[in-house]
Design a protein around this ligand. Sequence first.
Ligand code: SD4
Length: 332
Amino acid sequence: MNTRRNFIKTSAFASAALLVNKLDAAESEKFANDFKTKVVKPIVLSTWNFGLKANEAAWEILNKNGKALDAVEAGVKIPEGDPAERSVGYGGRPDRDGHVTLDACIMDENANIGSVACLEFIKHPISVARAVMEKTPHVMLVGEGALQFALSQGFIKENLLVDESEKEWKEWLKTNNYKPVVNIENHDTIGMIALDANGDLSGACTTSGMAFKMHGRVGDSPIIGAGLYVDNEIGAATATGHGEEVIRIAGCHLVVELMRQGKTPEQACKEAVARVVKLTANRKKNLKDIQVGFIALNKKGEYGSFCVQSGFNYAVYDASGNRLIDAGFHLK
Ligand code: SD4
């Protein structure tokens, strides 16, 4: 009797389990289909209005089924190589001693990472970061060592300080008042994240950092987890603004982890900004002096952004074209 009852119980469980398994299979198929139909790809996002031009270069690659990694590198090289863009690469504003020192990092769909910090004399630090990723057993090279490595890889040493930046620096020396300015000329660091036709994510981030910074200062932009993070299962994020504040909250890793918990890209960016706001208050600093902006993209091609104060925008390029979007902001 007992045995019979157990048998009935066991078979009931077994058929229930079978049903659940069936449901699971049906549900997961539905989910997979849902996922397939909803994915928007390829797509590329980048910070600030110079992102429009950068996106064009990235789209050339993405649109031909190219890799997100190649697209983000090609994309950010546009402002890096443009002397008129005075916050990235060639033409970037110098530090307080007159040195143009560059920070950059790159991350691919397999969590390969490469980064350079405080690199001088090389126009395209993003490509040096990629070489660190692909040709060394390390993930980060800084200063003189990064320069030596770049030269060994055939990069050319050149003067990056353009006349306008030198003039501005000499003007700044008269007051010598170091106060990082937010939203300089409405463009700053370029961070770019992309999802390619194959469904893979990659990101790149490059900057000359805060104008007139202390020599040797490194911001968030070359730091994986702070200025950039990519998780090919979940999504990608990149940051702009005051690097110290982004590093303090390990910003882009936080944004990606929030997406993992089910937040939309915009909600994730908003919550990361809320963290910056809270810590700024705890530290009794003035939020008005701080700008931090995040952009994020998930595996489905959904995207979003958020920042501390108004003035930050980002460019998005997908099958519906290339456009500039104003980010939502906290300080009204
Ligand atoms: C830095 N995050 O070096 C960079 C600079 C930047 O808006 O994005 N400024 O801190």
